[in-house]
Design a protein around this ligand. Structure first.
Ligand SMILES: NC(=O)c1ccc[n+]([C@@H]2O[C@H](COP(=O)([O-])OP(=O)(O)OC[C@H]3O[C@@H](n4cnc5c(N)ncnc54)[C@H](OP(=O)(O)O)[C@@H]3O)[C@@H](O)[C@H]2O)c1
Length: 348
């Protein structure tokens, strides 16, 4: 490796998050020496695109990770759990998009615009995690708003696209919609109930407490990223949208805040774009508007007069970009700018 170019492997390269990662790496001209694409046994013989190149899919066991600088894992928690130790033990740094390591105390959970300081300290296990696709835009707005007054509690409801549940979930929405429109009957497979022309108010397993796995991830990750104990009440809902997660947020501050400064605080964050009645044109952003875009859009900003110091707003992000691929590529970019040799991020 020349120290200005890196050998990179994408594990899960045929999936939604993996394909977006290849696209974002190419778009941003990440300094690559060699790039490898890994998927499951089912994908042997297939290819994926990387810029104008074609990459042959390989098995994870075919890759010599001692020759890889950065592996971006997006093949599910089980694949990360099973393979991370072997990969990091030969000096490869993992950026993990799955939830498996996110809450581990020695694993930095990073949104570069929010907590780059946590990355400066290195990665003792050789692993850096990227947060849940809802936690990323939510944490970005909460960090900005916390500069106005401490945030005490939020109540959020999500409207999450099917692509967040993987490639087969996208196919399920598409095929259900086609069958239903032509008068046929469908049998849910990936989702617990029909997703076409419906909404499903549960993402991930439901715990005994009634909280869903996705809701638990979001509240725990927000507290870790922001190093705070903001109370997070969230209801996660899957909606029949292909790409783009929406979220309505009711935010309660511990003290009075200046409503005028809300716009400025949000607009000052790299990656956040405020589209609101102030602009005079579009008054709000929908998932379709955000598709393929890197920004976290905030609109429908207004005071919540039903509580003492309350604010209401609406967030939309492309879950495959800032919610997944872009954040992990930004982490890689931040790592090489902190330590070109990546020594600080390798497992000792
Ligand atoms: N989609 C999102 O918005 C998003 C956002 C943040 C985080 N994530 C996380 O990223 C991970 C992947 O999500 P996704 O939406 O991209 O899922 P997906 O579309 O279902 O893709 C899964 C990928 O993993 C590969 N894979 C499965 N088993 C494997 C194995 N044993 N060895 C190597 N590769 C294997 C699949 O290969 P085959 O094609 O060969 O099956 C495919 O490339 C999940 O942990 C998810 O929680 C996703």
């Amino acid at each position: 490796m020349t120290r200005n170019n890196y050998n990179v492997t994408i594990v899960g390269a045929t999936g939604n998050a993996g394909m977006s990662t290849l696209q974002v790496l190419a778009e941003r001209n990440f300094p690559i020496n060699n790039i490898f694409a890994v998927a499951s046994e089912k994908s042997m013989g297939k290819n994926v695109s990387f810029g104008d190149k074609t990459l042959k899919i390989q098995r994870l066991s075919d890759v010599d990770f001692s020759n890889i600088d950065i592996a971006i894992f997006c093949a599910g928690s089980g694949v990360s759990r099973k393979n991370a130790a072997a990969v990091t033990s030969v000096g490869c740094v993992i950026i993990d998009k799955t939830s498996y390591f996110r809450l581990a105390p020695k694993v930095p959970l990073i949104i570069p615009e929010v907590n780059i300081d946590a990355l400066q300290k290195g990665a003792p296990l050789g692993i850096v995690s990227t947060p849940n696709c809802v936690a990323i835009p939510l944490a970005m707005t909460l960090k900005a708003l916390s500069a106005l007054a401490p945030v005490r509690r939020i109540v959020a409801s999500t409207y999450q696209a099917v692509s967040g549940a993987g490639r087969r979930a996208v196919e399920e929405l598409y095929s259900q919609a086609k069958v239903i429109v032509s008068g046929g009957n469908i049998q849910p497979n990936i989702f617990a109930k029909q997703i076409a022309f419906n909404v499903i108010p549960a993402i991930g397993d439901l715990y005994k407490s009634g909280i869903s796995e996705e809701e638990d991830k979001i509240s725990c990750e927000i507290c870790k990223i922001l190093k705070s104990n903001i109370k997070v009440a969230v209801t996660c809902v899957r909606v029949p949208v292909f790409i783009g997660h929406g979220m309505s947020v009711a935010c309660e501050f511990a003290k009075p805040f200046s409503e005028e400064k809300v716009y400025e605080a949000l607009e000052n964050v790299d990656g956040i774009v405020v589209v609101d009645r102030k602009d005079g044109s579009d008054t709000f952003v929908t998932p379709l508007d955000a598709q393929g875009d890197n920004a976290v859009y905030v609109s429908r900003i207004r005071k919540d007069t039903t509580v003492k110091n309350g604010l209401l707003y609406w967030i939309v992000t492309d879950n495959l970009r800032k919610g997944a691929a872009l954040n992990s590529v930004q982490i890689a970019e931040a790592m090489i700018s902190i330590d070109r040799q990546l020594k600080r991020f390798k497992k000792p």
